[in-house]
Design a protein. Structure first.
Ligand SMILES: [Zn+2]
Length: 408
């Protein structure tokens, strides 16, 4: 079976690691920054060298297409090149590099294919500089309002908007170049798992079935401020104590649900946050994720059982945001599994906890994803790592998934 090249894969990873190199093993490559533009230029140079034609759309999404032998819709693959601050060399970029390697293998090995193959680079997936995350896939898939996105202000430079960064980037193209569902056969995005499951189980390839649904709730506890030295315990309305008891209740109850449920209280604030004053207002969040909407419903039932008064403090809560479980195209999921099996790579089906551009694309065209293991489960940090050997296995599965799609 035809395979991608280890040497080329390694070279790609090494080369792109230079764009935004922090000197500590990671990168800071914010969307449309100087470093990101340098990475885009390298992408364009390499794709043109294998005969790809390059276009960008009005959100600076970048498309490199090698023609097929017939006038058919294109098969898409790719991901994002931007990173979080002090992020790693694999999140997003590996999906671009493996797609490039697949295109290069197809060209160099003269593998016949009917459909054009397009490598796509999505603009601003991380939302680390301009909010929100998955901005440009969101705009072209109808999830976000373009005008609101253009007005998004940079977190690192006051008054500087996404619109200005776009104008100055040299990569702003025309709306007519957007991924068009009528001219797109399918999209396959390879990504690192960003969690510890595949590595812990000794699995080469994650066959991604979808993206977990999630809910995010914010809880507020209102008590009464008072002097820490004068207010006897029985007279207190301590909002922090009420919040802590509620967090404990949530953990005790949520732990009884399905073991695949993950939940997090990642944000908490106490007012006035002074060591001599009893807290009068405390807020915390609860993020809960599971692939089965029924389990998410059970989480809601547990939330609704929280009394309106805890430790004499008033309790309220509201949904900050949520997302429904996304299921990828089953035929494509099967192709990924089949391709992994053909190579003898160990594989398992898995749901993604994090969000990805592909979860928006599924609304427009048949879509799926491939995961490769993240060493130690680390991601969004400089020690993020996937050995070249695993990256290559991912590229091989991507190559053969695309070839299976091409044969339809
Ligand atoms: Zn990513």
């Amino acid at each position: 079976m035809v395979e991608c090249s280890y040497e080329r894969m390694e070279d790609k990873i090494k080369t792109f690691s230079k764009f935004g190199d922090t000197g500590k093993g990671g990168i800071t490559r914010f969307s449309l920054s100087e470093e990101a533009i340098a990475a885009r230029c390298e992408f364009v140079k390499r794709m043109e060298a294998i005969g790809a034609s390059i276009v960008t759309d009005d959100m600076a999404n970048l498309y490199a297409t090698i023609p097929g032998t017939e006038d058919l819709p294109a098969i898409f693959s790719g991901s994002h090149m931007d990173s979080v601050r002090q992020g790693g060399n694999y999140d997003g970029i590996l999906g671009v590099l493996t797609a490039m390697e697949v295109a290069e293998t197809i060209v160099k090995e003269k593998i016949p294919h009917k459909h054009p193959i397009t490598v796509i680079v999505w603009t601003n997936e991380e939302g680390a500089r301009f909010e929100p995350a998955m901005m440009s896939s969101g705009v072209i898939c109808g999830k976000f309002d373009k005008a609101a996105m253009l007005a998004s202000e940079a977190k690192d430079r006051k008054g500087y908007t996404f619109s200005q960064a776009l104008e100055e980037s040299g990569f702003k193209g025309e709306e007519k170049n957007r991924m068009n569902p009528a001219k797109t056969k399918a999209l396959v995005e390879l990504h690192i798992e960003q969690g510890p499951v595949l590595e812990a189980e000794g699995i080469d390839i994650g066959v991604v079935e979808g993206v977990c649904g999630m809910i995010n709730y914010e809880f507020t506890f209102i008590g009464q401020a008072g002097h820490a030295g004068t207010t006897p315990m029985k007279y207190r309305k301590d909002a922090l104590y009420a919040a802590v008891k509620t967090i404990q209740y949530l953990h005790d109850e949520l732990d009884q649900l399905d073991s695949k449920l993950v939940y997090t209280t990642g944000k908490i604030s106490a007012h006035p946050n002074i060591h001599t004053i009893i807290p009068d207002e405390v807020k915390f969040t609860l993020d809960a994720r599971h692939q089965d909407p029924e389990v998410i419903k059970q989480v809601l039932t547990i939330i609704k059982k929280i009394p309106s008064v805890v430790e004499q403090c008033k309790v309220s809560y509201e949904e900050a945001w949520s997302r429904r479980t996304v299921s990828f195209t089953s035929k494509l999921v099967d192709y990924v599994e089949k391709s992994a099996r053909e190579f003898g790579y160990s594989n398992r089906r898995i749901y993604s906890g994090p969000g990805h551009d592909a979860q928006f694309v599924i609304d427009l065209v048949p879509t799926t994803m491939i995961f490769v293991p993240s060493v130690g489960g680390h991601s969004h940090c400089e020690i993020e790592y996937t050995p070249v050997e695993n990256c290559l296995k991912g590229a091989n599965v991507l190559l053969h998934t695309i070839l299976h799609i091409d044969k339809e």
